[in-house]
Design a protein around this ligand. Sequence first.
Ligand code: GLC
Length: 861
Amino acid sequence: MATKKQSKVAKKQLKSAKKQTKAVTKKQPKAAAKKQTKAAAKKKQVKVAKTETSQTFGGQYGYFDDVNKEYVLRNPATPIKWCNYVGTLAYGGIVDTTGGTVLCKGDPALNRITKYISQMPCSDFKGSTTYIRIKEKDSIKILSPFVVPTCTMWDKWECRIGLSYTKWVAEGFGLKVTVVVFVPSKSSTLIQDISIENVSRKNMEIDVVPVYEFSHFDALKQLTNADWVPQTMTVEAHKEKSGHVILEQYAFMKKQYAVNYFTASLPADSFDGDRREFLGFNEITGWAAPATLYRGKLSNSTALRGDNIAAQMFKFKLAPKKVGRVATQLGQEKSIEEAMPAIKKYRDLKNVDKAFADLADFWKNYLTALQVKTPDSSFNSMINVHNPRQCHTTKNWSRYLSLYQLGFGSDRGIGYRDSSQDLLGVMSHMPEEARVLAENLLSVQLEGGNAMHQYFPSTMEANEGDSREKEDRPKYYGDDHLWIVLTVASYLKETGNMEFLKKEIPFYNKKKELEAREKGTVLEHLKRSLAFSWNDRGTHGIPHLGFADWNDTVNLPTGAESLFNASLFAKALLEMIDICEAIEDRELAEQYKNWYEEIKAQVNKTAWDGEWYVRWFDEKGEPLGSSKNKYNKIDSLGQSWPVISGIAPAEYAKTALDSVNKLLNTENGIKLSWPGYNGFDPHVGGVSTYPPGAKENGGIFLHANPWVMIAETIIGNGDRAFQYYNQINPAAKNNGKINEFESEPYCYPQNILGSEHKQFGLARNAWLSGTSSWTYQAATQYILGIKATFKGLSVNPCIPKVWKEFSVSRKFRDAVYEISVKNPNGVSKGVKSVTINGQAIEGNVLPILPGKKHIVEVVMG
Ligand code: GLC
């Protein structure tokens, strides 16, 4: 609570702030500007009141448009920033719903293009906006189709979050403004396609001013050094005979090989490259009311140093019903000369339209790999559009760049375990692209078999993640190297390309140049992964924890063992046994079977706690995740993974999963553990830095939820698996629960606050989470039960009993399988009969068939 004195001070500050604002507005160059500000303020008040009452539409901010595969936002005042991804890591980034842009080429930390500070309020300028200036007889209106930073209240506004594009439509002030932002496939340019229609009855003069603010390429330096950075930043202007302007921006040391450029399909009336010139008044009126916009033209400034921007003004005189259009390009190439072909290409609006249509084709093609029809519409929406789309996003960005994982410095990069799991979510859609990333991951595996924790894509330099920070803890993670076995197995099953196992890939060795590093076949890499865990076991015969296992935040002293690592190791062994059998290496298969049996026996001998499995043994051999502990008595991974890996005998599997249901499940999802630590405990480390109920400390860490779904399907519990699916389906939160959830309803967040927290149900860390890949796998491979194997496509659904039927269209190898499943007796699991093209087959594995379409009919019972 504020003291009396504090609130007096606050009041005083408020008064003087008001005075200042008055003074600043007074200074505006023209009387017209003054009028406009007053009018805008009046309008604002009225409209703000309107939005407050419009909360009554159920806290609902928008709707799913499944036909156009978009989420349509109708209210810009989302509870927190919501966003979309455009382009790929090769060139692309994030576009938020109020027009902010984070853009990079190849690497957000080392080659960032726009400056976006995600912690600032949504109302701020965030790397980009577009101003619309309407000039009337004696007034000027400055608007933005993105609402921000001018606080424009349109009569009608929507933001369509589409597949790799965002489209805004804003109507009001006699105009209909449409803006589409996207990156054409395989290009290094961000297009902003702006159309303005005069929907009034009079002629209008409209100026359009798109603006981007540049970041230093070293994104962290931009924030930590305010002398060296501005001393090196330059904007030059190239004016072409045609009147087109190219603004060229670079940091001095990159002048010869990486320049950013901003240009457009239309000649520019004027431009600015220097932020101070553009904003005017030494920037005191800020982005909400740039002084230059109240004068006639922009200042035609370039920048020899300082805060670099790219702004251009385009002028339109529009009769009623006429449309003006301009497409801008923000790109990066070696030089302007090298950029010219792309610049010319996208100055032609036909090519912009074609690039947009091509993008739509890419997605159409991508999504046809797997389409479903089930009785649940939010399940269909997620599985047909938004979930595979999010998997594509996590595959691209790993955990490197989001509005939460900010991509500064060496904190992140491409995560070994994260990307290995992400690839499992895109394998049925883009196996060859997945293979390329898998090869990169394998190339940062060490000779000893364990892996580096993360690497930077532009340099391929790898590091040990957070384990670098702790002197007294192991310098490796106990799980990283095991995930890649699952990934490679999934690729082989999807494609049948067994030759891949023979491909030679180097092992990582910091001290050696790339050419001097030891190489091994992919098979050899996998063998070393398994051998590492086999040889790295502790006193209970269970693999060591290392610095951490999947749960980054439990960092026990050296010597601790992880039951999760044991299960993941067992699952990796099962996958490897499948591979060995497919390549007919019986001896190796035999060896891995023995290892599997040994691990299974050790886990069941040492880790059963009575009603669930314990999760770790600490360095002294004491259990953690046991009823004996005060905090962290039970952990969800400790139960789901012994079932997924098949090491839990049937009665243990059922009891453990019932304990999860009893002690960890909530209406908003399954908590990772219970109870949460209530204070920092250096023995366990990171997990106890959160309050109880947050993140890994008893929060609903969503990534772990699909593992429980999968485990429930394995023991045949389709109703529970689907209940768990629904609890965390963000699309199902769009009505009613969205103001509690707060995060985007069209993608999974990483975490939801658990029931021990007062803000139970609040979600954060949208987009880049392993939840995406695993929920997609849980839904398609375990609930619908369609899974690639070496022998064909296995069909083994485990569905809610009330589902009478569902269908799946699945591309597999060269063919498309149109599978319709009937459930006449209302069971959850069990396949009674299968026919392919009218012919009955034995068992439930659809053979690998040539040709195009095959009609499959399955009856459960
Ligand atoms: C984050 C990390 C992931 C880790 C998880 C649980 O999502 O990216 O690697 O497994 O947290 O700690």
